[in-house]
Design a protein around this ligand. Structure first.
Ligand SMILES: Cc1cc2nc3c(=O)[nH]c(=O)nc-3n(C[C@H](O)[C@H](O)[C@H](O)COP(=O)(O)OP(=O)(O)OC[C@H]3O[C@@H](n4cnc5c(N)ncnc54)[C@H](O)[C@@H]3O)c2cc1C
Length: 675
């Protein structure tokens, strides 16, 4: 029977494996899983799989608008151990080398597939650069046949990537089959197993287009719903509202659903505050790396030179050949705080210098690339340059550090504690003074059998979901999805006789998901102004409240990214009340129902972020946030992971330390300290 807004149709399905999300990691899993399912069938085990995405896979997730570079490609002449070193250094020393190294040794295969599927990748032929359309005529080769990519940095390669997501999604859809894909379904929560509360048995969500609630039961699930955007008040308000750097539609679903299911989170204090072109959030990577542009203060001074002494405050990380992203922000913020802004990208000098060394054809091509970089992945920035009469060869453009974002695949490392590879010497026990504070049900060491599985049985993650790694980017997220696909098939085969039983009756789940709708329908006639009602709060208003709390107390742009224990205590109280008030969100249509649940996911993710910053009594990421009551990096006490678990019954967090260990020698990264 067709549902109505007040009375949705309930669709129940049982599959062996559910993939939640349709982004890079999900596409990797979708592509990889079918041959393994085929092998399982040959071994006598039939496995069914379904992928659900809140949007349409062709343009969903962080790669939606396209990209200009694949940021992780190791190539035949580089060492995955060096890649793991870079990841660690950029994230101030606290990452899992097992995860980074494993990714580094596997990622190139995904990039070769992208090229095979039709993604144009730039090549250097006889010392000249050619874009993806031109190199075949110049005698270039595919990467897998020894073609030389154009590197915009040590690990990045240039692409013509406007259609990147289409290409990757097409391969995923073809592999999985359209019958196994359900688009425009927003998953709200995971459901634990009735007989084992540390195991997942199902998930529940709703259609964003029809009055339908979906209840899935499964043996294993890949939760890859991206990172978290819009928990902080954005810099773009008023007429610019809605713009953000990371994708606004990734609302912390990964972290919140995992936390509520009981999964251990890691490094949720970490955030990414990218410095981007002001107001449009346009990408700067090509300018810094490919065009070798420099950033200056208003007086033309290069702050990375001018303020380099500040790096000595943060040994050993400040002594690395390439300082961590947060430290680069730290040097810029000094200029802004002391009144020497605006900060500019010196595009004029950079393009002038390129003319001295490159052929006219190459310069013309690079100028076009400067525009294409925006057209590929951030078209709004083109609008701003056009609207502000900016010709980059004649006029410099302003840079600005953005509001904070939470993510685990780009230049951040918050996420879920996931099982790593078994063959790289990762710790298998916990040996440190605080080990007794780790809840007893959680595993010891860094691997517990299935690569990519969280601490909840049957729940896997990848991409933005996997914490304590970072710098995986698009190709690495795809790769992690593929690795998780293999593990899930193994897990399902190992559990082939197990039957999932939901710990909550379906009716109760449906009621919970449609609560904002019921609240609206019950109370809408109480007042004559639909948005003003003592019985409910609109998702939009609630989001403003969340963003104000985070901005003003949890080191947002309002306080130049500073906070302290007192401010965090205020945030804690206010977030607690907001969590309560979230139960009163209304939904006047399906779009608002989506907004309501996105906000709920944001609140819990925000709370995790706040709790972790509160627990870690140091400022590990200067330039991203400062705890002014502990404004230093404390290697002795805090060179460790900060992890947490959430209890969905008591709604309380338990935060604790896990020991960090270097599996790759980091000493070659650092120059001796200057003092
Ligand atoms: C502006 C920008 C620039 C970037 N530049 C580069 C670059 O130059 N090079 C590079 O290699 N990488 C780049 N990246 C990084 C890259 O895009 C990400 O690392 C990668 O997409 C992460 O993959 P993921 O699968 O974890 O998340 P995503 O690809 O974001 O996918 C998340 C998916 O989850 C779905 N979803 C979310 N919530 C739900 C829910 N509740 N229910 C169901 N589905 C849900 C979304 O619709 C989406 O399909 C960039 C990203 C951005 C935003």
């Amino acid at each position: 029977m067709a549902g109505t807004f007040g009375n949705p149709e309930v669709v129940q399905e049982e599959v062996d494996i559910l993939i939640i999300g349709g982004g890079m990691a999900a596409c990797g899993a979708a592509y990889e899983i079918m041959p393994w399912i085929g092998a399982a069938k040959e071994a006598g085990v039939d496995i069914t799989v379904k992928l659900v995405d809140k949007a349409a896979m062709d343009r969903s997730g962080a790669v939606a608008q396209g990209l200009s570079a694949i940021n992780t490609y190791i190539g035949p002449n580089q060492d995955p151990a060096d890649y793991a070193r870079m990841v660690s250094n950029d994230l101030m020393g606290i990452t899992r080398d097992d995860l980074a190294y494993d990714l580094g040794r596997n990622v190139d295969d995904s990039v070769h597939l992208f090229e095979e599927w039709g993604l144009p990748i730039w090549k250097t032929v006889n010392g000249e650069r050619f874009d993806g359309a031109t190199w075949p005529k110049e005698g270039g080769k595919l990467l897998k046949d020894g073609g030389e990519p154009v590197r915009s940095g040590k690990w990045q390669i240039m692409i013509n990537g406007e259609s990147y997501k289409w290409i990757v999604a097409e391969a995923a859809k073809k592999a999985l089959g359209s019958d196994n894909i359900q688009e425009r379904v927003f998953i709200v929560k995971l459901v634990n197993d009735a007989n084992d509360k540390n195991r997942v048995a199902g998930a529940v969500g709703f259609s964003t287009r029809e009055d339908k609630v979906y209840v899935y039961k499964f043996k294993a699930c890949l939760l890859v719903a991206g990172g978290c955007v819009n928990i902080f008040r954005p810099r773009s308000v008023g007429e610019g509202q809605g713009r953000a750097w990371y994708p606004v539609w990734n609302a912390g679903s990964t972290y919140t659903m995992a936390a509520e299911a009981g999964a251990e989170l890691t490094m949720m204090e970490n955030r990414f505050v990218p410095a981007r072109f002001k107001d449009g959030y346009g990408p700067v990577g090509a300018w810094f790396l490919l065009f070798k542009a420099q950033a200056t203060n208003a007086y033309g001074e290069v702050y990375m030179q001018k303020n380099k002494e500040l790096l000595n405050d943060y040994p050993p990380y400040g002594q690395a050949a390439v300082p961590a992203s947060c430290l680069r922000n730290h040097l810029m913020l000094k200029e802004m705080k002391e009144g020497r802004g605006p900060i500019y990208m010196d595009t004029v000098t950079a393009l002038g210098k390129l003319r001295e060394t490159l052929s006219p054809r190459e310069v013309k091509h690079l100028e076009a690339e400067a525009w294409e970089d925006f057209l590929d992945m951030c078209i709004g920035q083109c609008g701003i340059w056009v609207g502000e009469n900016i010709e980059p060869e004649k006029k410099n453009s302003e840079l600005m550090p953005t509001e904070p974002y939470l993510l685990g695949s780009h230049s951040g490392c918050c996420g879920i504690w996931a099982s790593g590879p078994e063959d790289v010497g990762a710790p298998t026990t916990e040996e440190h003074p605080d080990k007794d504070k780790i809840p007893a049900h959680l595993p010891q060491g860094w691997n517990w059998g299935y690569r990519g599985m969280t601490t909840v049985r049957g729940l896997f993650t990848a991409g933005d979901g996997v914490g304590a790694s970072g710098h995986k980017f698009s190709s690495g997220s795809h790769t992690e999805g593929r690795m998780a696909a293999q593990s899930m098939v193994k897990f399902v085969m190992d559990n082939k006789d197990w039957t999932p039983t939901l710990d909550t009756p379906v009716e109760a789940l449906v009621e919970e998901i449609y609560r904002p709708v019921r609240t609206f329908l019950e109370h809408k006639d109480y007042t004559t102004a639909i948005d003003v009602n003592p019985h409910y709060i609109t998702p939009r208003m609630l989001q403003f409240r969340l963003q104000k709390i985070m901005d003003e107390y949890v080191a947002g742009v309002a306080t130049y990214y500073t906070t302290n224990g007192h401010m965090l205590a205020v945030a804690e109280e206010k977030l607690g009340m907001l969590k309560e008030d979230a139960m009163k969100m209304r939904a006047k249509d399906l779009h608002e129902l989506l907004r309501a649940w996105e906000n709920y996911h944001r609140i819990l993710t925000a709370e995790a972020h706040m709790k972790h910053i509160q627990f870690r009594q140091e400022s590990r990421y200067p330039g991203f946030y400062y705890r002014m009551d502990h404004n230093y990096v404390d290697e002795e006490n805090w060179h460790c992971f900060v992890n947490s678990v959430y209890d969905k019954e008591t709604k309380q967090w338990t935060v604790f330390k896990r020991a960090h260990k270097d599996l790759v020698d980091k000493s070659k990264l650092f120059k001796p300290a200057a003092h």
